[in-house]
Design a protein around this ligand. Structure first.
Ligand code: 9WO
Length: 282
């Protein structure tokens, strides 16, 4: 997978991309990541990328031209380097106005050939370039940051670890929090983990984990995942397991971009969410 990042603070990415999982993915050849300074595409002498808001108000607004030209230039560079990406990249704008990032969305993003992550700054971005580029808008959560860069790093980290051959331990990406599902298909939280010593500070490791009975261990972990999810994130058990199975925006398809509403749940899926084989309480 190829990722292009467009930002006015490219330096923020250097430490991140040379360390940890994304660095492993790049090292393994599963990911290439190119960071571009939006300022370099500003068509004015001062490399100005922002201007005062029409209608007044505080702060500055990012101008259309530098962002648009940066996207077009990186599209051209990517396609000349690898014609397989010519079908169009998935464009992502990190923004509090976006859909909430979830693991099913991460899994969908991880399967794309190419992503273009656009990081905004100041009070916002001129709406017309958002309309023109039709990015998928993604939010980390309901809070305002000073820019989209931390969101871009979150997306890179989350998709990098899902690239084939990236994790030393191939099973762990498939087995950790949010990748394990209940029989009904709901994403579940992770079970507790323990390592040596067997007793620490007067606290013992659960007996079943020392039993050597693999089936009993697997059963206990499943019960823990379901009980924890019920206790801490009951909303996960209510969500449609199929909500993200369908791409909300196909690359280059303007018709269904922008507002990515949740998929409606069918009556049979609703029925499947009841009567879970889980212990009561947590
Ligand atoms: C600023 C602002 C001030 C008062 C009320 C609402 C407000 N919204 C914004 C705003 O959206 N500023 C943005 C800063 C402009 C584009 C980039 N910025 C950004 C991205 N802030 N927070 C994010 C972000 C990205 C992903 N997930 C959570 C937050």
């Amino acid at each position: 997978m190829r990722i292009d990042v467009l930002t006015i603070f490219p330096d923020l990415f250097t430490g991140f991309l040379s360390t940890s999982i994304p660095a492993n993915a790049i090292e393994a050849g599963a990911l290439s990541c190119h960071v571009h300074d939006i300022r370099a595409y500003a068509a004015n002498r001062h490399h100005k990328v922002d201007d005062r808001p029409f209608g007044g108000g505080p702060g500055m607004v990012m101008m259309c031209q530098p962002i648009f030209d940066a996207v077009k230039a990186t599209d051209a560079a990517a396609e000349s380097h690898d014609p397989a990406t010519a079908g169009g990249a998935v464009r992502v704008l990190l923004s509090p106005q976006g859909e909430r990032l979830t693991q099913p969305r991460v899994e969908w993003l991880a399967q794309q050939k190419r992503l273009v992550l656009i990081c905004g700054h100041y009070e916002g971005i001129d709406e017309r370039v958002i309309e023109e580029l039709q990015p998928l808008e993604i939010s980390l959560g309901d809070y305002v940051l000073s820019g989209g860069e931390l969101g871009a790093m979150v997306v890179i980290d989350a998709v990098a670890r899902l690239q084939p051959g990236v994790l030393g331990h191939e099973d762990s990406a498939a087995e950790d929090s949010f990748s394990v599902r209940s029989p009904e298909g709901a994403h579940l939280l992770d079970c507790p983990h323990y390592t040596r010593p067997r007793e620490w500070n007067g606290r013992e490791v659960p007996e079943v984990l020392l039993s050597g009975d693999h089936a009993a261990v697997a059963r206990w972990r499943d019960e823990q995942r379901i009980a924890r999810t019920r206790a801490r994130r009951p909303d996960l058990l209510q969500q449609s397991p199929l909500a993200h199975e369908r791409p909300l925006r196909a690359a280059g398809n303007k018709a269904d971009a922008h507002v990515a509403g949740p998929t409606r749940r069918t009556a049979s899926e609703d029925a499947g969410l009841h009567g879970q084989a889980a212990p009561e309480g947590a």
